[in-house]
Design a protein around this ligand. Sequence first.
Ligand SMILES: [Zn+2]
Length: 94
Amino acid sequence: MYTFSEPQNTACFTCDHVINKKRPILSVTHDAEDGSWQFMCGHDDHDESNAKVVSLKQITEIDNTINALSNMPLGCGADRESGNDEWQGYRLSE
Ligand SMILES: [Zn+2]
């Protein structure tokens, strides 16, 4: 399943925990300025070596539940407690 309006090869940001499936995606943001998506594990223990760039298609293959956020507007984010919980949306601060 792929429900994002952006092309499937659109670059997005994630962390190696998500790519390696060591942790679920728990924090998603949609940047207001450049429209970029970030799909993070939600932990605070990242440095530059953890940052990865993948395509939106790859992210939906890692976790197809993130298709539920494909209509999330620019300047918004969503968190969830675990991979089985509902997303809680919020506005990103300017
Ligand atoms: Zn991570």
